[in-house]
Design a protein around this ligand. Structure first.
Ligand code: SDX
Length: 441
């Protein structure tokens, strides 16, 4: 079926847009992407018209052209470098998908072997970093530690601040993708007062993370294959999502010339928000609140529809997906298969199913095109795996890291990239003067 955009524009695909301002007319070029998405290029709007655009939340504004990920929100399409994510449903290695996003193509066997060897080699942290965890209170939010320690990592690798070529970039990417697991695991161990468990070079990416989180001294955690596959898929499905809030943050920070570590650390902070990556934690607390008998699913949905309640149906809705989030569909299947095997009949899964059934037939949600998003089922799966709730968004960050890195590098390599510096419409005081204290009312 032709892309909805191309279908709409096929007959009238103008290559220019005309803006009429009073007596004046202005022409602006229309550009078209490889999937027939179209944009009016307003690079010279202010210079030519003295006007800027205003677009709260950038819902109608493209910040860049990118070749990494394609989303068609109306048709529920998500592709990494052109490959539909559904093809990764049973894919064994998140690290290969990470390399696909970063390189822009499927890696050769040698490239993948070299990258995997680097991930194993770089898993250790400098012992000086280990002591820094002690400076955080046990109750410190893991996302705060993650962002801080990624910046701290850059202090131990100042030679990787300025990247001269792709080889240095890939070397740095491997360091951060490998070490984010160790930082996450050490943050978890510190929060529980447990001894740090060092990475095991014999383990692959996902198993090594769970080993560092869940093993005990002299008693290695054995990761069931069903768990490895589920977490591997969660990382794959979170790996990139074009210009979402955290990725746009990484690009914004990187556009100033900030190094990759600083840009990624900023992305962690953006992801932390409850409307973004923090939603998976909010979904679990919503389900637990309902389970503890405070509210029935029906009562909760009623609250979520009430503007005065400030309550939202967490894990529902999306700025781009207005039909369904393909990731949510894939994770719903994983939850149905995995949860009963790992934790029997989980009442939270039952409540989630009930909420979805109610919302999908309720006119409030249907009219606003609100459907389950990636966060609706991911928390239930992570909980069944044994990941503590306060580590859910950290898991999202580990998955999203390759996407952040790929976007940072794509921007870095794009000729003509300028520092991101949006304009504004000022609505404050007009010209006034300083008033000495004695003259103030
Ligand atoms: C992620 O951008 C990405 O790609 C993000 C992400 C990624 O991979 O990076 O996909 C990951 O962040 C997924 C989203 C996780 N967040 C949540 O699940 C939080 C709950 N959902 C929302 O708060 C909301 O839906 C957003 C933030 C996801 C989208 O917000 P928008 O696009 O700004 O939509 P909006 O807030 O303007 O809502 C439009 C209408 C409003 O009602 P009206 O004013 O039109 O009457 O829909 C309502 C909203 O009140 N609405 C909801 C709702 N989401 C929107 N009402 C109840 N429950 C909700 N969840």
């Amino acid at each position: 079926m032709p892309n909805a955009n191309s279908d709409h524009n096929a007959q009238t695909a103008p290559d220019q847009a005309t803006l009429i301002l009073g007596e004046r007319q202005f022409q602006f070029p229309v550009i078209e992407g490889s999937e027939q998405e179209r944009a009016i290029d307003i690079s010279y709007l202010r210079a030519e018209t003295g006007h800027i655009t205003l677009d709260q939340g950038y819902g109608n504004t493209g910040s860049c052209q990118s070749a990494i990920t394609f989303i068609d929100g109306d048709r529920g399409i998500l592709r990494y470098r052109g490959i539909p994510i559904e093809q990764f449903a049973d894919y064994p290695h998140f690290t290969e998908v990470a390399l696909l996003l970063i390189l822009g193509r499927l890696p050769s066997e040698t490239e993948l072997e070299d990258f995997s060897a680097d991930l194993t080699r770089y898993a250790f942290l400098d012992e000086g970093m280990k002591h820094q965890f002690e400076g955080f209170p046990r109750s410190a939010p893991p996302m705060a530690i993650l962002s801080a320690m990624i910046n701290s990592l850059s202090c131990f690798h100042t030679e990787l601040h300025e990247l001269e070529d792709e080889r240095e970039f890939l070397h740095t990417a491997a360091h951060i993708i490998s070490k984010i697991r160790t930082i996450a695991a050490f943050a978890f161990r510190h929060s529980r007062g447990l001894p740090y468990i060092y990475p095991d070079p014999a383990l692959r990416y996902v198993q090594n993370l769970l080993h560092m989180m869940l093993s005990q001294p002299y008693h290695q955690h054995v990761c069931p294959d069903i768990v490895r596959k589920a977490l591997n898929l969660i990382f794959i499905l979170h790996a990139d999502h074009e210009q979402n809030c955290s990725t746009s943050t990484v690009r914004m920070v990187g556009s100033s010339g900030a190094n990759l570590f600083a840009s990624v650390a900023a992305g962690v902070c953006a992801l932390w928000g409850p409307l973004h990556g923090g939603a998976n934690v909010e979904v679990l607390s919503m389900l637990e609140q309902i389970h503890e008998g405070n509210l029935t699913p029906e009562e909760y949905v009623k609250l979520a529809k009430d503007k005065n309640s400030k309550v939202r149906l967490m894990g529902f809705g999306h700025r781009v997906y207005k039909n369904f989030d393909p990731r949510a569909q894939m994770l719903a299947k994983v939850a149905e298969e995995l949860v009963p095997k790992l934790s029997g009949d989980d009442p939270l899964l039952e409540i989630a199913r009930r909420l979805e059934d109610i919302a999908l037939t309720d006119s409030y949600f249907v009219e606003r095109q609100l459907y389950p998003n990636v966060d609706f089922y991911s928390g239930i799966i992570l909980r069944a795996i044994g990941i503590p709730t306060n580590m859910f968004t950290v898991m999202f960050a580990i998955g999203r890291l390759p996407g952040w890195i790929a976007h940072w590098w794509e921007q870095n390599q794009t000729a003509g990239t300028r520092i991101a510096r949006p304009r504004q419409i000022y609505t404050g005081e007009t010209r006034t003067d300083y008033l000495p204290m004695e003259d103030r009312a």
